[in-house]
Design a protein around this ligand. Structure first.
Ligand SMILES: [Zn+2]
Length: 397
C-alpha cells in the first residue's frame, strides 16, 4: 500500500515545477499591456478554494477550484498544447492538479513550487477579487448576461483606464459610451473651452456651460451619467514634455485630435509605451477610423511618415461637419476600445474603415505595416524614438 508521501514524490518526479522568480517575470511582462496582457506567457490558474482566492491571488491569475478543474479547464484553455501554470497555497494540490491535466492531454503544464505562500513570502504584490456592489450588478446586468463579457469582463472594464484625446466631436460620444459601459477611469485632455458652435455635435457639453473648460464640462456629464467613473481632467495640449507621463497611466487611447502635431506625438509616444490607439478623423460627411496596436499592423507613420511642410498644409479654414457624423464614428471608437479591453472580437488593426454619411455606406481598406517606417519599421527600437514637437502650423479650431 503506497503512502501519500510516496505517491506525491512519484507525481512530482513527472511534473515540471516552476518558481516564483519565473512567474514574477510573466506577471511583470503583462503589466500595462492591452487586455491585461492576455495571451502573453502561460495561463496562470489558481486551484485553491474560494475562501483562499478571496483573500488574494497572483495578479492575472484565473480561478478554478481544484474540485472543478477537470470539468472547467477546457473552457478556459481550449488548446491542449497551451502553456499553463497551476498554483495552490503551498505547491502540493497544484502538483496533483497538474497530473490530472496531463491525464487530460495537456502537454505543457507546470506547478508553482511553494505556491501562493512562496509568492507572499517573496513580498510580491497580489490582487484581491473585485466584488461588484448591488447597484453595479443592476447597472451592468445587460453586460454580465453576455457570456463574452460576464462579471469578469465587467470588472475588467471597471478597472480599465481610457484616455480620450479631445473632448470635442469624437471625444464626446466616445467618452459618453465608455462611461456608460463602466470604464472605471477616463482621462480627458483638451485645452479648449465650450463654445456655442460646438453644441451642434459635442454632446458632452451644454448651453449653460459656454465658456467652461471642456474637460470640466465633460467630467460633469460623465460622472452624472455614471458615478463609478473617475474622470481625470487635463486642460492642456499634448507636448513632448507631458505625453509620456499622461499616456503611461492608461490602457487604451481614443484619438479624437484635430491637429498634426498631436497626432504624430501621440503615435510616437504610444509606440514607445506599446499602447493601443483607436484613431479616427472626420471631414464634412465622411469619417474614417482604424486601430493602431503595436505589434499588430501599421502605425500612423506607416501611412503618413511625416507631416506636410507648413506651406503645403491644407487651408487653415475650418471645415464644416455634419453634426451626427462624429456620433457614428466616436461610438465606433468606443466599441473598439471596449473590445480591446475585454480582449474579444477582431480589432480594426490593419484595416481602415470609412463611413460615407450621404451614401450611408461603409467601406474598408487593408493597411499594411511599412517595413521602412521611421517609427515601427524593421530594426527600429521603439525605446529610441525621439519625440518631436512639430510646429502647430494649422490650427483648425
Ligand atoms: Zn509604422
Amino acid at each position: 500500500m503506497a503512502s501519500f508521501a510516496g505517491y506525491l514524490k512519484d507525481v512530482k518526479s513527472k511534473i515540471r515545477e516552476t518558481n516564483v522568480e519565473a512567474v514574477k517575470k510573466v506577471v511583470a511582462d503583462r503589466k500595462g499591456k492591452a487586455g491585461d496582457g492576455n495571451g502573453l506567457g502561460p495561463v496562470l490558474i489558481d486551484v485553491r478554494e474560494k475562501d483562499e482566492w478571496m483573500e488574494g491571488f497572483i495578479p492575472g491569475a484565473q480561478w478554478i477550484s481544484r474540485g472543478f478543474l477537470e470539468q472547467r479547464i477546457e473552457d478556459k484553455v481550449p488548446e491542449k498544447d497551451a502553456a499553463v501554470v497551476l498554483y495552490c497555497a503551498s505547491g502540493t494540490r497544484s502538483v496533483l492538479a497538474a497530473r490530472s491535466l496531463a491525464d487530460l492531454g495537456y502537454t505543457n503544464v507546470a506547478s508553482l513550487a511553494g505556491g501562493f505562500s512562496a509568492w507572499k513570502r517573496a513580498g510580491l504584490d497580489f490582487d484581491r477579487p473585485f466584488i461588484m456592489t448591488q447597484d453595479q450588478s443592476i447597472r451592468y446586468a445587460r453586460h454580465t448576461m453576455l457570456p463574452e463579457v460576464g462579471q469578469e469582463g465587467q470588472v475588467k472594464l471597471l478597472k480599465s483606464k481610457v484616455l480620450c484625446l479631445g473632448a470635442g466631436g469624437l471625444g464626446s460620444p466616445a467618452a459618453y459610451y465608455l462611461a456608460a459601459a463602466g470604464v472605471g477611469t477616463l482621462g480627458m485632455i483638451d485645452d479648449d473651452v465650450v463654445d456655442a458652435s460646438n453644441l451642434q455635435r459635442q454632446i458632452l457639453h451644454a448651453t449653460d456651460r459656454i465658456g467652461m473648460p471642456k474637460v470640466e464640462s465633460a467630467a460633469k456629464t460623465l460622472t452624472g451619467l455614471n458615478p463609478d467613473v473617475k474622470v481625470n481632467q487635463y486642460k492642456a495640449r499634448l507636448t513632448s514634455e507631458n505625453v509620456m507621463e499622461i499616456l503611461s497611466q492608461y490602457d487604451v487611447i481614443v484619438d479624437g485630435v484635430d491637429n498634426f502635431p498631436s497626432r504624430y506625438l501621440l503615435n510616437d509616444a504610444s509606440l514607445k509605451l506599446r499602447k493601443p490607439v483607436v484613431h479616427a478623423s472626420i471631414y464634412r460627411f465622411e469619417g474614417q477610423m482604424t486601430s493602431f496596436i503595436p505589434g499588430q499592423g501599421p502605425c500612423y507613420r506607416c501611412l503618413y511618415p511625416a507631416p506636410p511642410p507648413p506651406d503645403m498644409a491644407p487651408s487653415c479654414q475650418e471645415a464644416g461637419v455634419l453634426g451626427v457624423l462624429p456620433g457614428v464614428v466616436g461610438v465606433l471608437q468606443a466599441t473598439e476600445a471596449v473590445k480591446i479591453i475585454l480582449g474579444i472580437g477582431k480589432s480594426l488593426a490593419g484595416r481602415l474603415l470609412m463611413f460615407d454619411a450621404l451614401a450611408t455606406k461603409f467601406r474598408e481598406l487593408k493597411l499594411r505595416r511599412d517595413p521602412t517606417c521611421p517609427t515601427c519599421g524593421d530594426g527600429v527600437d521603439p525605446d529610441k524614438i525621439e519625440l518631436i514637437d512639430y510646429e502647430a502650423f494649422c490650427s483648425v479650431r
